[in-house]
Ligand binder design. Structure first.
Ligand SMILES: [Mg+2]
Length: 173
């Protein structure tokens, strides 16, 4: 049974590849973009907000696992008014997503949730992370953004199907 959905941030939730490059002052532009003092800009991909809300409304836990300086992640998420959407955030200055997912599993355990790997769906634009996730954590349901799923509407469909049909065979290439 699916319990937790985890997203990467850069190039998954928004179009910029590295928000750790952003320099203060940051400002919100419209509702879905953040701009820094040097002209760097990120914009949320379409339907991200709606998808996060739909996932929360399914009584699932929501996590973020990102290779970014934690203060930058917090700043950007708060500007976008998304900080409170996530139950668990693992933002680290190293790229190892299997460690980020482990951090989230341990944080969840501290709050009384026991989550097995097959009860997690993980969405990241970089497939390169999935090998270590499967090696060190087990049968996490991993999906490469923009390849395995092509939109956030599809993300919601995948999450719904995992809730009703159980885990997918995530070991196929
Ligand atoms: Mg990414």
């Amino acid at each position: 049974m699916l319990k937790l959905v985890v997203f990467d941030a850069d190039k998954t939730l928004w179009d910029h590849h590295n928000i750790s490059d952003f320099e203060e002052p940051l400002k919100l532009v419209g509702t879905d973009s953040v701009e820094d003092s040097k002209g760097n800009k990120l914009t949320l991909f379409p339907y991200v907000r709606e998808a996060l809300k739909e996932i929360k409304s399914m009584n699932l836990l929501l996590g973020l696992a990102t290779w970014n300086i934690p203060q930058k992640t917090e700043r950007v998420l708060k500007l976008l008014n998304l900080w409170d959407m996530f139950d668990f955030i693992a933002s680290n200055d190293y790229p190892y997503k299997f460690l980020g997912l482990t951090e989230i599993i341990l944080k969840a355990r501290e709050r009384g949730y026991r989550i097995r790997p097959e009860e997690i769906a993980f969405f990241d634009d970089r497939r390169v992370h999935f090998g270590n996730v499967w090696l060190y954590l087990g049968r996490v349901n991993c999906f490469e953004m923009w390849t395995d799923v092509k939109s956030f509407k599809e993300v919601v469909e995948v999450v719904k199907s995992l809730m009703s049909e159980g885990p997918r065979n995530t070991f196929k290439s």
